[in-house]
Design a protein around this ligand. Structure first.
Ligand code: ACO
Length: 325
């Protein structure tokens, strides 16, 4: 009998501060940076995003999302035997956000670590957790995506600062004989490092290099639409399914045009696409679990639905997880 990793609870957290495009444009105008609601909506589909408070870190948001997911799963933190956090914006260089979340949840002992694959981070973390559950080394895993990208944005660069938001999403996975994760597919290619990166780093007490996000938007766009189709098809092939079997496609929420192009390439109906980028912006590793939790809580995604989750991000990294919810 095959052991599956089954999602038994989801949760999410968005910081209180919400800025519409018009509000962000007004703030940026004060620094002489020109943008508009029309430009942002037309090029990206984003209408609003949330920004963390000064005293809020990834671990705070991750812990809130985790609490919701644990409540939905009907288990306590002590029932967990694995915690993985996907983030590129940890509270500190070390220790990991995962160990901080573990402590904030009031538990200890189980392995806890971060995965850094930028916007594909949640897909990577889910795949690692699934492998550990299938191998028998974990039975109940908490998998979180949490980011404060507002800390690494250059608010004088209008080509990037309008795209991102902060937040966290979480799932609890349990080893089960009932179907759950059906197939996973992961890839990376380091030659694309310069088209999306934060080059700054800590060196002997100083920050060397620019510690803000740099992106070649058109190059990222082109790469993303290609690999999102490829990884979805590879994942379907592994599960012996076709795109017609997918009830909901939840791609990384970066840009509505990338997402629509993926749906089209997979020859899926546009109404199977889950969209939260309009309300959240691009929250990097948090975007997929945030979209998943919103759709579960709204009743859109139901038990038994087949979901294709897929991500692409800095590195470059990309991948997909196909599952029965
Ligand atoms: N407001 C107003 N004008 C702007 C803004 C802005 N915020 N940003 C750029 N412009 C201007 C540019 O200066 C340029 O003006 P010019 O023609 O006078 O020089 C014009 O708009 C067009 O700029 P482009 O960069 O060619 O715009 P494009 O249509 O490529 O859209 C975008 C830019 C939205 C970044 C697009 O390239 C894109 O979506 N790329 C994917 C990037 C992405 O989603 N990254 C997320 C992180 S990666 C990930 O998560 C996978």
């Amino acid at each position: 009998m095959r052991t599956y990793s089954r999602i038994i609870g989801t949760g999410s957290y968005l910081p209180e501060k919400r800025l519409t495009n018009a509000e962000l444009a007004a703030e940026l105008a004060q620094q002489g940076v020109e943008t508009s609601d029309d430009w942002i909506v037309e090029r990206t589909g984003i209408r609003a995003r949330h920004f963390a408070a000064e005293n809020q870190g990834s671990s705070d948001m991750a812990t809130e999302a985790a609490r919701q997911a644990l409540t939905a799963a009907g288990i306590t933190p002590d029932d967990l035997d694995l915690i993985i956090v996907a983030t590129s914006t940890p509270d500190m260089v070390f220790p990991s956000v995962a160990t901080m979340v573990q402590h904030k949840l009031g538990t200890a002992g189980c392995p806890a670590f971060d995965v850094q694959a930028v916007c594909s981070g949640f897909i990577y973390a889910l795949t690692v957790a699934d492998a550990m559950i299938q191998s028998g080394s974990a039975k109940r895993a908490l998998v979180i995506g949490a980011e404060v990208f507002s800390r690494i944005l250059d608010f004088t660069d209008r080509t990037t600062c309008v795209l991102f938001g902060d937040g966290a999403g979480a799932v609890v996975l349990e080893a089960s004989e009932t179907t759950g994760i059906l197939a996973t597919d992961l890839h990376a290619d380091g030659k694309y490092k310069d088209i999306l990166c934060v080059p700054g780093h800590v060196n002997r007490g100083a920050i060397l290099g620019d510690p803000v996000l740099k992106m070649d938007g058109p190059a990222v766009f082109k790469l993303a639409v290609g690999v999102l189709e490829e990884t979805a098809r590879a994942c379907l092939l592994k599960a012996n399914l076709t795109a017609a079997d997918i009830d909901w496609l939840i791609p990384h929420q970066a840009n509505i045009r990338i997402m629509q192009s993926t749906v089209k390439k997979l020859k899926m109906s546009a109404d199977k696409l889950v969209v939260t980028v309009d309300q959240h912006g691009n929250t990097s590793a948090a975007s997929i679990p945030l979209a998943l939790d919103a759709s579960v809580r709204s009743g859109k995604i139901k038990r038994g639905d087949t979901l294709m989750l897929e991500g692409v991000g800095g590195g470059f990294t990309w991948g997909a997880v196909l599952l029965n919810y």
